[in-house]
Design a protein around this ligand. Structure first.
Ligand SMILES: [Zn+2]
Length: 220
């Protein structure tokens, strides 16, 4: 990779990659040995058991299709980001205009799912990067965020995964990510506190040294 940078920047990148190497979802080796259709069929059976165990009648017309609906939702929608085949195709454009200032995309909405309780994490991502040789289509910042959000997650890991993908895809170390989200496992159960939010961030390269951009991304 050509980072157009000095030795100091290269060292920062290596550290960032090391750090993010830990930010993987805990996947089994055989995670994709079953096809999606088979997974949906098996999850449906398990959810029939769960609904029966909690005492619901599966022959009620409102509930009869619920296990199948949940199974399809898990595989095709809310956890589709676990499968690398669903990563969005990313188009990069040559940075012909030599734009080497920050590009900031604010308020990218996402919905993820807490891996501890399997209930939604709803929030927004703010992303900044300083292009090197390439620029990215803006909607791809949204699609990359959505791809990693569609997994059982913790917010810390989600932030790191988006950051790692963008630094590698864009071939620039100058990337900043801030996620602000509400965790429904906090609002709908447990302490049942409404209105709190959680902020996570990763900054690297020139963005890590730019307090103006950091404060903008954090919404200060
Ligand atoms: Zn939770």
């Amino acid at each position: 990779m050509n980072f157009n940078g000095n030795h100091k920047i290269s060292i920062k990148i290596e550290k960032e990659v090391d750090h993010c190497a830990m930010a993987e979802n805990p996947m089994r080796d055989d995670a994709f040995s079953l096809d999606d259709e088979m997974k949906i069929a098996l999850i449906k059976e398990k959810f029939e058991d769960i609904l029966s165990i909690i005492g619901l009648h599966l022959n009620d017309d409102s509930i009869a299709d619920t296990p199948h609906r949940i199974a399809k939702m898990y595989i095709n929608e809310i956890f589709s980001g676990l499968n690398p085949k669903n990563r969005p195709e990313i188009t990069l454009f040559e940075n012909k205009y030599n734009y080497h200032s920050p590009l900031i995309e604010m308020n990218i909405p996402f919905t993820s799912f807490c891996e501890h309780h399997f209930v939604p994490i709803i929030g927004n991502a703010n992303i900044a990067y300083i292009p090197n040789n390439y620029v990215i289509g803006l909607s791809k910042l949204h699609r990359i965020t959505d791809y990693y959000a569609k997994r059982p997650q913790v917010q810390e890991r989600l932030t790191q995964q988006i950051h790692k993908d963008l630094t590698e895809t864009m071939q620039t170390s100058n990337v900043g990510i801030v996620l602000k989200a509400s965790h429904t496992c906090i609002s709908c159960r447990g302490v049942a506190d409404h209105g709190s939010s959680t902020i996570t961030s990763v900054f690297s390269g020139k963005i890590a040294d730019d307090s103006t951009i950091i404060s903008l991304l954090r919404g200060n």
